[in-house]
Design a protein around this ligand. Structure first.
Ligand code: DAT
Ligand code: MG
Length: 150
């Protein structure tokens, strides 16, 4: 089953949108695997955003993600990464489709509320970076057969 790391970033937490984000993924049919409310260390922020090191927005990005607590979660399901990216919307909120989280709640790329893994391999890498194995729950829901075809 494909997994994606989701972060409700500091702006989403401060604005009281944790529940809204969780509700959207629950409603979509995705299955929660792990969750923790945490302050991001500088070290974790740098590892998480290593691909962006050297870009003009890098310093601001690290300052933003470490500025206040985040809600970190792992969600799974068939095609979870693509489904979640679709529900999240484009990186720039003004380019996000109506109905997506970034469209509905954000205006600026530097305050775009939420992180979601961009590829299945990234989902696996980021899950391992943010969560220990014993923080992830392997479980089934009675409703799974009505949401997952196989
Ligand atoms: P995403 O978060 O949609 O995966 P990304 O991985 O390209 O986007 O970039 C990570 C974050 O960096 C993004 O959520 C916001 C910030 N960012 C990306 N491009 C930016 C830009 N051109 N100007 C300012 N911030 C940017
Ligand atoms: Mg990304």
């Amino acid at each position: 089953m494909e997994r994606s790391l989701i972060l409700v970033k500091p702006d989403g937490v401060q604005r009281g949108l944790i529940g809204e984000v969780i509700a959207r993924f629950e409603r979509r049919g995705l299955r929660l695997v792990g969750a923790k409310f945490m302050q991001v260390s500088l070290d974790l922020a740098k590892q998480h955003y290593a691909e962006h090191e050297g870009k003009p927005f890098y310093d601001g990005l690290i300052a933003y993600i470490t500025s206040a607590p985040v809600m970190a979660m792992v969600w799974e399901g068939p095609n979870a990464v693509a489904a979640i990216r679709q529900t999240v919307g484009s990186t720039k909120p003004v380019e996000s489709a109506p109905g997506t989280i970034r469209h509905d709640f954000a205006l600026e790329v530097g305050r775009n509320l939420i992180h979601a893994s961009d590829k299945p391999e990234t989902g696996a890498r980021e899950t391992a970076l943010w969560f220990k194995n014993d923080e992830l729950v392997d479980w089934k829901r009675d409703v799974d057969r009505w949401v997952f075809e196989k």
